[in-house]
Design a protein around this ligand. Structure first.
Ligand SMILES: Nc1ccn([C@@H]2O[C@H](COP(=O)(O)O)[C@@H](O)[C@H]2O)c(=O)n1
Ligand code: CDI
Length: 157
């Protein structure tokens, strides 16, 4: 078994789509990044790469590369899945949290779990996604950005 942790932050700005966990969320702002800035999927990728000792998403998918400009992060997660599978591992489980003052993530969480579990070729029961505010404290609380944390357990095939 292997355990990994991931953390990511992106800034909220106008004139960008808000994509979290592969799901488009209706909101007046979106996250800024080289890719689609899907902060949850990035944290999940970093947790898997961490478990595999493969560094992080910046190493695997450099933000200086035009190849990853406006990339759909679910396509990057699929590449991470393939690396994991090639190294002989499958997902045990993932537990992740989205830290956002708003919008409300709860209505979208079942769709996020479906997209992530389909991409990682595992049961939806193995993917838990939570959301919390910070009670208006810090950058998430001021609605300047959204962060996400993820922990994963990988098991040998
Ligand atoms: N962006 C968010 C934040 C929270 N939720 C849900 O609301 C519950 C209460 O949040 P607190 O920060 O006040 O504890 C939380 O447990 C989530 O279910 C949400 O959907 N979206
Ligand atoms: C995903 C990548 C690559 O497009 O870019 P961003 O969307 O800026 O995201 P970040 O979390 O800074 O991490 C890694 C990147 O290299």
């Amino acid at each position: 078994m292997k355990i990994g942790i991931g953390y990511d932050v992106h800034k909220l700005v106008r004139n960008r789509d808000l994509i979290v966990g592969g799901v488009k969320i209706e909101h007046e702002k979106g996250l800024l990044g080289h890719s689609d800035a899907d902060v949850l999927t990035h944290a999940i990728m970093d947790s898997i790469l961490g478990a595999l000792s493969l560094g992080d998403i910046g190493k695997q998918f450099p933000d200086t590369s035009p190849e990853f400009k406006d990339a759909n992060s679910i396509n990057l997660l699929k590449k991470v899945y393939e690396s994991m599978y090639d190294k002989g591992y499958i997902i045990g489980n993932i537990d992740a949290v989205i830290v956002a003052q708003r919008p409300k993530m709860a209505p979208y969480i079942i769709d996020m779990r479906k997209v992530i579990s389909d991409t990682l070729n595992t049961s939806i029961e193995n993917i838990n996604i939570k959301a919390t505010t910070t009670e208006e404290l810090g950058f998430e609380g001021r609605k300047e950005g959204i962060s996400s944390h993820s922990v994963c357990l990988l098991i040998k095939k």
